[in-house]
Design a protein. Sequence first.
Length: 438
Amino acid sequence: MRSIRAAAVGAVTMSLALAATACGGGSSTGGGSNDSPKTLTYWASNQGASIEIDKKVLQPELDKFQKQTGIKVKLEVVPWSDLLNRILTATTSGQGPDVLNIGNTWSASLQATGALLPWDAKNFDKIGGKDRFVDSALGSTGAEGKDPAAVPLYSMAYALYYNKKIFADAGIAKPPVTWDELIADGKKISAKGKSVLGAEGGNVSENIHHTFVFAKQHGADFFTSDGKPDFTNDNIVAAVKQYVDLMAKDKVIPTGDAEYAQNQSVSDFAKGKQAMLLWQSASSNLKSQGMSDSDYGIAPVPVQSGTPGTGAQVNSMVAGINLAVFKNTKNLDGATKFVKFMTSDDEQKILNTAYSSIPPVKTAQEDAAFNTPANSVLKNTLATSAAALPQVASESQFETTVGTAVKNLFADAAAGRAITTDSVKAELEKAQQQMPAA
């Protein structure tokens, strides 16, 4: 598995290197055209419990768009495991979609390829203006000082989901606020024969999201102020070790979760096999798997001490999905109309309700549907205690290399190999060596 991932890292690096000479989309000029005004291709990310569920959510809305505009949208829902490499391949081959979803953390990396339409003031005016969107979502749309590479579509934050019955059976009255409390609660839960906390140890992106938060809680950053990788400083090493030690030392993450990479931990939680889950906006996913809203509670992700906030009290990355347009699409006007449609108040309410996410559009976010107790935790986290991942050109390589290092460490923990400061640092050193030269 490690050799396969190493090949993927090479593919990502190569794609970014080549992107400067061949940006994707449809037109040979690279400037966009309206040569195919009646069709659009759209790559959507897999937001629901399955690709089929996503198609059921999205297709009626695409049909509505066609009825309004006469433009037919060809939909492909792309799994997260394939999406980044598919996009990078498209930027080099010229065989990409017109419109696509991107993880908001990739915005600066994909911006650096030059393949995406910049959202300058003129383009934002075509969809109702930049000031329609909340600041936290706009903060993950590209490098600082440059026009955004994409438009916010769905906003999400991590939360701690906990099974009320398992907590009650273990005599736990309230969700943990700190990691020490979570570990202590874990001993009570384990004594009742239940797993404590789910994780996706084989999922590169999940690994990055959590280790980024732990790093913030240790007062550390993965990049220096001038954008250079700094993966092996003592606080980063301590942060990564603390996360992996939830399996290796504290025994709250099951060893089997080291291989999880496709939402299996969500399924385990939905089936009542484990007490807690750290996840982005999980409610619709849990509901689709038969778990009632009344069966679980939602609380902020734990911190080292005190309560969530800024600085060392950060407890989530700014999660979300952005909507981008390939710069040389053959339906530039239609693509812009589609972005306007998908970010309209009505569609924002429909789509974010379906995915239990938070609208990044201010007026849609104010709707009563997004003021439930569950959503209040997510909204408050985004507003007060979430931080954006580094908006640097090498961010996607960072996700791949460091996420894989953590994956390897989880594999070691599951196999019973010692997780030491030295072993963590060695994995992070390998990750840093795979980063492109500054």
